[in-house]
Design a protein around this ligand. Sequence first.
Ligand code: MLC
Ligand code: AMP
Length: 522
Amino acid sequence: MRGGRGSAITLGMGTRSPLLAALDRPPLDPAFDFDGSALTFGALDRSSCRIAAGLARLGVRPGDRVAWFGPSSPELIELLVAVLRMGAIHVPINTRYQSEETAHVLDDSGARLAVVAEGSVGHACTRERASAVTTVVLGQPGPGELSFEALRNGDEAADAPAPAADAVAMLVYTSGTTGRSKGVALTHGGLAANLDAILGLWRLGPDDRLALCLPLFHVHGLGLGVLGTLMRGGTALVAQRFDPAWVVDAFASRGATVFMGVPTMYARLLEHLDATPADARALSKGRLFTSGSAALPASHHQAFARHTGHAVLERYGMTETGFTLSNPYEGERRAGTVGFPVPGVEVRLVDDADAPCPPGETGEIQVRGPGLLAGYWGLDEATRAAFTGDGWFRTGDVAFVDADGYHHIVGRRSVDIIKSGGFKISAREIEDALLEHPALAEAAVIGLPDPVWGERIVAAVVARAGQDVRALPAALGEHCARQLADFKKPRRFLVVESLPRNALGKLQKHRVAELFAGLAPE
Ligand code: MLC
Ligand code: AMP
């Protein structure tokens, strides 16, 4: 993996990873603020040193994977910094995951140690793997487990030499067209180069206070929000979860200057502002509002500008490619577009044969640049298939460029990828889970357009003979709730006689949406 694709750059890494440059900020400057309780750069520097020493005592070595299943908390930041400074690999796990999804990440990454919230799904999974994974508990440890406090309370260790630019810093699991999630290996040098470019473009710096309510297990919140703060300074005001009133208060009384969100958050903020228009005054005081992870409807962009006077800066990215396209900071932020390539990133649009499209034509976005993944963890064949022969990463997203050079995303090559609430979801994974239900013969899962969620997941299913069809939707809902994270659950189950197939019997996925056309809302 080291020295893999996208790792061609060499940064002057100095004595520690460039991802941790802001640890040199004045020690009393607040780095992260958890509802009034501040973690300063100095305190973070010291506690992460102690945790790194504690991890080393437990046998964690550079290159080992350290998993995290817990809330947005000071402990997460301390552990991340410790892991990065000792050259181990941070593996965040989505806390909405159920057992099978969590177990897959632990097993696939080969986690050596995991920090888990007491009583969580992650805790149950590490208990079952006690011989392979050392369990550190946020809360009361069980027999054979350690507490996070014990890890934090040891001696400080001297810094290890900085990890190489092409050493893997994080494994971030993301869905693809196949059933199971894949670990995207992101390097110290790649992350630093890409984050430096986009945060520079947006003028992020030590005077900023970021209202951060994104989950901290995906690149949007973890990369731009957490690593951004660790690289460039400033303070992140961290919320456990998104709440429009919390965001308003961050700008009204806690000096927030920047907000980064997914379109569903803007939809919720707009509902809040429609109900409480006076709250827009607080948001107007901000410097920058950005959106990414899914398409921000132009109507949301316009409504937010009407309320607050701010043109949301929309950008496009992907776990595998980093932050790739962005509207300008100065200049027109064009609604419904994702702007131009981020400095240092090359973007091209190609046809089905990977040949560049003529100007104005629609094609797949392909990306080259320093921020690309080093590879999918343990999946050499999938990594090879994701790149063209000359090193372009195939995103599967489809776009065109307008006469002024702004990129417009128009869709995706695969109907099996769904984005709902900014979470990427594999239709195949849901279908596989559904087909484990004994009453089902067939299942087809798709995303239907939705103004709040981007896409709403629905399933058309064929029952086995003799099943009680009326009871099936409720039973399938319960089955999914046990097997899958809540955001993957189909919001509607439609029982049909048969699925649309062509003459050869192949499922016509693009026609499944027709089954839902004209149905009354549930
Ligand atoms: C939840 N609900 C849904 C749903 N998810 N309904 C339809 N579709 C969905 N996807 C329902 C729930 O069942 C519940 O209903 C109600 O909506 C509230 O759910 P919730 O889960 O409590 O909502 P909330 O916690 O507020 O979550 C919404 C959110 C969250 C927007 C905060 O989805 C989120 O954090 N999204 C961010 C994902 C992200 O970070 N993506 C970045 C990937 S990186 P009821 O009936 O029970 O009330 C990437 C790269 C890049 O993409 O470029 O950024
Ligand atoms: P993820 O795999 O979770 O990193 O999600 C990456 C995907 O999110 C991309 O491949 C796009 O499909 C989608 N995406 C990210 N930003 C945008 C955007 N601004 N507009 C449309 N789609 C986006």
